[in-house]
Design a protein around this ligand. Structure first.
Ligand SMILES: [Zn+2]
Ligand SMILES: [Zn+2]
Length: 382
């Protein structure tokens, strides 16, 4: 089958004859992938990995697999065959894939090095999104969705109604689940205000997750004009921090908050020291700053009194769990997240065959031109 395969840093290859996966275990489900999106994590593996993929000479601690492996973890598709133990799905169902690979999955792999080991603390507590061994289908755990087909287990699949969620929009459910989880971690309540720092793909999906949680005022701070314009189409207020000090940004942003008292919530979707500082200083009393960005591993300055004096909370959110996918699907099906607004996120659809050059390389050289690129193996789906 056709696939885009990760062979290591700076080495992505299109294969026309990659081995097609088959149902092997009773609970396996084979899916025809309609669309697969790519994101910053894929690009990072490409330019400076491996991070989620195993280091050369090692294997994934749960699946025991190693790259070369198919990339892609944001997929929508159709069930085309099922193992005899599959009870929750049938051929023809349209699905999205919850892509975590964690201690919870070790039973699926005969050769799992973790087979006789206890689950990590996060998995034991049910928070498998924060597993010590976290990797994703399409990101180091097993073959992903930049391909014609993918095989996973039935518990990882969420069915949706194609009449309410078109197949291309369904490929956005995974990035939406990242933001949905972040809003859940933040404990935002209906009617509360929120400031998003960074209007890239995750900043934008956070707008939708906030709308789904019925937030009141939403403000997005983003330097790139094209992204601000897109955010404005989603009916939120925007702010341009270009050339301004943190102090000025904080002053001007707080002036946009309800009653000028600061926001109930901030979401850092940029991950630089100035956005971190802004995310705390723009909060109102007892507000919560949630970091959603993936930071480079470095230390920054932070004064504990910035949180103590107003009893603010600083937290962070990683990945998602299945219930986040289910909530996003329910929200779109109910119309609480608008399909036409979601469509604004899709800036291009590309044939898998041309994906390395027109997808990955294009994204690297013209990052701000694009929000979400979708790959498909099928010309008729372009
Ligand atoms: Zn992603
Ligand atoms: Zn674990």
């Amino acid at each position: 089958m056709k696939a885009i395969v990760y062979h290591g840093k700076n080495d992505l290859r299109f294969h026309s004859d990659y081995i097609e996966p088959q149902v092997q275990h009773p609970e396996d489900v084979k899916i025809k992938v309609y669309y697969c999106g790519i994101c910053g994590s894929d690009l990072k593996e490409y330019t400076s990995g491996p991070f989620f993929f195993n280091k050369p000479g090692t294997t994934n601690p749960i699946s025991n697999l190693q790259f070369p492996m198919v990339l892609g973890h944001e997929m929508s598709g159709e069930v085309i065959s099922v193992g005899f133990g599959v009870t929750s799905l049938k051929v023809g169902d349209k699905v999205v894939v919850e892509v975590t690979g964690t201690c919870k999955d070790k039973h699926r792999f005969e050769e799992s090095p973790a087979k006789d080991k206890p689950e990590c603390g996060a998995c034991e507590d049910g928070h498998y999104n924060a597993c010590d061994n976290l990797a994703l289908t399409g990101l180091g755990f097993s073959d992903g969705g930049c391909a014609e087909y993918v095989v996973t287990t039935q518990s990882k699949l969420i069915k949706f109604d194609e009449k309410k969620i078109p197949m291309d929009i369904a490929a956005l459910v995974q990035p939406l689940a990242v933001s949905w989880h972040a809003v859940k971690v933040s404990r935002l309540e209906e009617g509360q205000s929120a400031l998003i720092l960074g209007g890239g793909p995750i900043g934008l999906t956070t707008i939708f997750a906030l709308k789904g949680h019925k937030a009141s005022k939403i403000v997005v701070s983003e330097p790139a004009l094209a992204r601000r314009l897109l955010a404005e189409k989603l009916d939120v207020m925007t702010f341009d921090p270009t050339g301004k000090s943190v102090e000025d940004c904080v002053k001007e942003l707080r002036a946009l908050s309800p009653g000028n008292h600061g926001f109930h919530h901030t979401f850092d979707c940029s991950g630089i020291s100035s956005t971190f500082e802004t995310s705390i200083k723009c909060l109102r009393i007892r507000g919560t700053a949630t970091n959603v960005a993936v930071w480079a591993k470095k230390y920054i300055q932070y004064s504990p009194m910035d949180t103590t004096l107003s009893e603010k909370i600083v937290t962070g959110s990683i990945c998602f769990v299945k219930s986040d996918f289910e909530a996003v699907v329910n929200c779109i099906e109910a119309g609480d997240i608008d399909v036409n607004e979601l469509r604004l996120m899709i800036t291009d659809k590309i044939l898998l065959d041309n994906g390395v050059k027109e997808g990955f390389d294009e994204l690297l050289s013209n990052k701000e031109k694009h929000i979400k690129m979708l790959f498909t193996a099928y010309r008729e789906l372009l």
